[in-house]
Ligand binder design. Structure first.
Ligand code: ITT
Length: 191
């Protein structure tokens, strides 16, 4: 069975990736691999950051691995928070702080269009492969639902009646940015 190390410190992403991938590939966490410490993330694009994270972990572990870099791009905010989605409300901020900040910035704004975009960088025997996934939707005026993480309570995908936080995981994963990017990676690995 293929074994891949997932270069993330975000436990929500780890759970989601395991739910999406199921048992076809064994996903090892940084913890399982005995890897400790921060992974730098200083790029200006999702692809640069995904590759930086994957390369950093590959160089230190020598294991085939992948990293995911994700951002929420809001039209009315000129694409913010975008690449800076994790620390939008400042260093050490919580998911809730970030949600509060975008809701305040969008107060009274009619155009609520946004997209989640995810880039995965997979490193197999030292060679990099990129996979992208995107989902379009809108930013709600208030939080809805309790599942998921990050900006999920205020993001409703196009054509859906529920926010990502109101959906059972299989529904979110079936249409999400991450689900789509991982689907491409699995098809590549299957070939
Ligand atoms: P790693 O770099 O360790 O993987 P991170 O949390 O820093 O973890 P990102 O930079 O890719 O990861 O993610 C940016 C932020 O975007 C993340 O902290 C969440 O707030 C948000 N985010 C990512 N994926 C999301 C999702 O599926 N649903 C809602 N918000 C998400």
């Amino acid at each position: 069975m293929t074994t891949l190390l997932f270069a993330t410190n975000n436990q929500h992403k780890l759970r989601e990736i395991r739910e999406i991938i199921g048992t076809s590939i064994q996903i090892i966490s940084l913890n399982d691999a005995g890897f400790e410490g921060d992974i730098p993330e200083t790029g200006d694009t999702l692809a640069e950051n995904a590759c930086q994270k994957a390369r950093f972990v590959y160089e230190r572990t020598g294991r085939d691995c992948f990293a995911d870099d994700t951002g929420l791009f809001i039209d009315a905010l000129d694409g913010r928070p975008g690449v800076y989605s994790a620390r939008y409300a400042g260093e050490g901020c919580s998911f809730d702080d970030n949600v509060r900040k975008i809701l305040a910035e969008l107060e009274g704004v009619e155009n609520r269009k946004a997209s989640f975009r995810c880039v995965i960088c997979l490193i197999l025997e030292g060679k990099e492969h990129l996979f992208e996934g995107r989902v379009d939707g809108i930013i709600l005026t208030e939080r809805k639902g309790t599942d998921g993480f990050g900006y999920d309570p205020v993001f409703r995908p196009k054509g859906q009646l529920q926010s990502f936080s109101q959906m059972p995981p299989y529904l979110k994963n079936g249409i999400s940015h991450r689900g789509r990017a991982i689907g491409k990676m699995l098809r590549f690995l299957g070939n």
